[in-house]
Design a protein around this ligand. Structure first.
Ligand SMILES: Nc1nc2c(ncn2[C@@H]2O[C@H](COP(=O)(O)OP(=O)(O)O)[C@@H](O)[C@H]2O)c(=O)[nH]1
Ligand SMILES: [Mg+2]
Length: 339
């Protein structure tokens, strides 16, 4: 009997049954935004609630990929199915980073319980974060107990991916100097656990103190659009708040991994078992939905107004109208005008 179900339903079912090839195909379809990819996401989304999404972020060279590799091993030792999404926009043209990550994680390619996918930036604004967050869905539905998402924590794109994670691990390393400053601004507020990697090198303790100081100084903002209240931002004090722990490790040798895993597990338990954790999850889900909506709105409006935007740009260039008035006109058109 011919299978009369929709192709997306058949494919989704194969993914849910743990078929790696179907998963790879779905990831490509989502990546390329082929027709019907939204339908696929819709089919898969209800089956994603068991996966723990673990974001791993930090400056280039801090050791995120090496640490990801070490963590894969830890999770495999617990017999968990692992998905890995590696996002590295630092070398979009050469593909060097991606190749490097592939080689580093190659041993896991043999393991049918590990699915690894590297994404490069497409150069499009928001394209990277959207692809990465969309891909979490099929990987989770495939049955990954944990989905590791490695991102370079420097830009807005990466911050957005962080919002899609349950737990965010920020990787620091001694000798990266000003990178800590760069990381401080954006990623600090999202950090649930800190890893000070390369503890075999001089300066690891100083890096730990730096982070402690930043935490003490309240570098995590007391009000944040990402979280509901100062309480959820702050932290695992007796009141139930979570204080991001700092773990020293040497990823290349697998040292400190046990401790790191314990801290990550503790955050997961906190998320699942405390009211504050529930609040954080709700806050991030809200932020994530907002960000998806913003992107969809921008896409929709820009598509609707394409000719008008071109005309307005011409008029701005000719000094017939100022850009602010032009924007107001355009907004008015799309908000009340016919489609
Ligand atoms: N000394 C030392 N080097 C490390 C450690 N972890 C990673 N590295 C090295 O640091 C470099 C960058 O690592 P990588 O994982 O690619 O960093 P990423 O850019 O953050 O993904 C590589 O040469 C690693 O071998 C560590 O614990 N100690
Ligand atoms: Mg890397």
């Amino acid at each position: 009997m011919p299978d009369t179900r929709r192709p997306s339903a058949v494919l989704a079912e194969r993914v849910r049954a743990g078929d790696v090839r179907a998963l790879a195909r779905v990831c490509r379809m989502i990546d390329d935004r082929v027709k019907g990819y939204r339908e696929l996401l819709r089919e898969l989304f209800p089956h994603t609630n068991k996966a723990w999404i673990l974001g791993i972020t930090g400056a280039p060279g801090a050791g995120k990929s090496t640490l990801t590799d070490a963590l894969i091993r830890q999770f495999r030792a617990r017999d968990e199915r692992v998905g890995v999404l590696a996002v590295d926009p630092t070398s979009p043209f050469s593909g060097g980073a991606i190749l490097g990550d592939r080689i580093r994680m190659q041993q896991h390619f043999e393991d049918s319980q590990v699915f690894i996918r590297s994404l490069a930036t497409r150069g499009a604004l928001g394209g990277l974060s959207r692809s990465a967050t969309d891909l979490i869905c099929p990987v989770a539905a495939w049955g990954a107990g944990v989905v590791l998402v490695e991102t370079v924590g420097v830009g807005q794109d990466e911050l957005e991916i962080t919002r899609a994670a349950h737990t965010t691990l920020v990787v620091m390393a001694p000798g990266l100097g000003d990178d800590i400053q760069a990381v401080k601004a954006g990623i600090m507020e999202c950090a649930d656990v800190f890893a000070v990697n390369k503890a075999d090198l001089a300066g690891a303790d100083a890096t730990v103190s730096d982070i402690e100081q930043m935490l003490a100084l309240g570098a995590r903002p007391s009000t944040s659009s990402l979280r509901h209240s100062a309480a959820t931002v702050a932290a695992n004090t007796p009141a139930g708040h979570w204080v991001p722990p700092i773990v020293k490790c040497v990823a290349t040798r697998g040292e400190g991994m046990h401790d790191l895993l314990q801290k990550l597990d503790a955050h997961r338990r906190w998320l699942e078992q405390t009211p504050e954790g529930a609040q954080q999850r709700a806050g991030r889900a809200h932020a994530h939905l907002l960000q998806t909506l913003q992107a969809a709105l921008a896409d929709e409006l820009l598509a609707r107004l394409e000719p008008e935007i071109a005309e307005a740009a011409r008029r701005v260039e000719a000094r017939e109208i100022d850009p602010y008035s032009a924007c107001e006109d355009l907004l008015e058109k799309c908000l009340i005008g016919p489609r």
